[in-house]
Write a protein that binds this ligand. Sequence first.
Ligand SMILES: O=C(O)[C@H](CS(=O)(=O)O)OP(=O)(O)O
Ligand SMILES: [Mg+2]
Length: 241
Amino acid sequence: MNITVLASVKDVNEKIILNKNVVVIDVLRATSVIVTALANRARQIMPFESIEEAKEHYKANELLAILCGERSAKIVEGFHFGNSPLDFIEDNVSNKIIIQTTSNGTRTIKACEKGRRIYIAALINAKAIADQLIKDNMGTVIVCSGTNDQYSMDDAICAGMIVSLIENKVKISMNDLGWAVKEIYEHNKGDLYSFLAKTCSHFNLLKQNGFEEDLHYCLQTNIYDIVPVYHEGNIRIIDGK
Ligand SMILES: O=C(O)[C@H](CS(=O)(=O)O)OP(=O)(O)O
Ligand SMILES: [Mg+2]
């Protein structure tokens, strides 16, 4: 299997993702929110790049939808929830359409729209994504959303975990960044929290802003066995998984 890992959303272009399966990662915190909401029975997620687009779609679905997202890590004024996955519990999201806009993650999902199949991954569902990619056995691009268009270690360790799980089972060819993130993950998997505290500026920004609980939550691995897929504006779970 051929795998290309991209360092941030700014490396995505149509040529790289065309006819490829794409995996979008934003561990802190957009894709951790998406996986959590779907695991807690949200009907679907609708990601948007801008606050204006999100509000417009909310108006059309007011009875069924909730507005969620952040700017500079803080809840957008007038929204129901920010970007803390711990808010996306069953009582808040069951049967709801989640209209979401965040600084990095939702922008990355939109940038990958031309991919063959677009999967949504975080550490909390990494094994389910790796198993799905092995099953598909297709050329795959793993996109780390990054933070403000820059490489971000939270996303890199998740990409590393996914490729490490795949490489244990099938032969892969991969770009240099793919091998780098695999090594980084394998050397630090015993204590991801301390590793990110040392190396990840966005992790420390969230910590300073009081989101410590989110950090512990997002760094758990494989707590959900679900594979969210983005298709024509909506993210849903495939195969009833
Ligand atoms: O809330 C987050 O974790 C970040 C926000 S920012 O990088 O502090 O602006 O958004 P995300 O899109 O989940 O990376
Ligand atoms: Mg992020």
